[in-house]
Design a protein around this ligand. Sequence first.
Ligand SMILES: Nc1ncnc2c1ncn2[C@@H]1O[C@H](COP(=O)(O)OP(=O)(O)O)[C@@H](O)[C@H]1O
Ligand SMILES: [Mg+2]
Length: 173
Amino acid sequence: MTAIRTELVGQEATEALGAALAAVLGPGDVLALVGPLGAGKTTLVRGLANALDLPPHVPVQSPTFTVCNEYPTRVPVLHVDLYRLGGLEEAEDIGLPERFADGRTLAVIEWADRVPGLIPEHALWVRLEHAPSARHVTLAEGGGADVSWARDLPGPAEGTTWTAIDAPMPWDS
Ligand SMILES: Nc1ncnc2c1ncn2[C@@H]1O[C@H](COP(=O)(O)OP(=O)(O)O)[C@@H](O)[C@H]1O
Ligand SMILES: [Mg+2]
């Protein structure tokens, strides 16, 4: 088994998955998010940051133009958006590899498949896809490692279960 998959019905389920991931991830961990515009990437980050006691006045938005944003959460969350980033060289110019490696923040990266060479090997990949009034989500570890542990995550919603699938790397679908 290389990946697990489930359905997230409604925005709250996506937020709940973010919160569940906040409970098992910590400083130095990397969450690589993949999926088209509107798939729910930022919604997941919002659920994750709220679960880490994000102050209520701090907005969670894709840092599309600023590339990264750090939140004053219990574990500092580094919210990265690679949508407009040119490539690995530009990521190096702004010091992203060092920030992923310094072990201080939990990094969550939107559009991680845009610069796959930047994403650390130990990242947990999360792919979100549109479904009618819901989203499909797939979890896989870098290198296609076993993510069966993630099936014990609380949520994402009553009555939904994770299904093991034999998927290729999550970013090539
Ligand atoms: N599981 C879901 N079911 C239905 N709608 C969802 C779900 N998760 C998120 N959404 C909705 O999708 C829209 C886009 O979400 P957003 O997080 O901004 O996407 P992205 O960051 O991937 O572009 C929002 O209106 C959000 O409420
Ligand atoms: Mg977004």
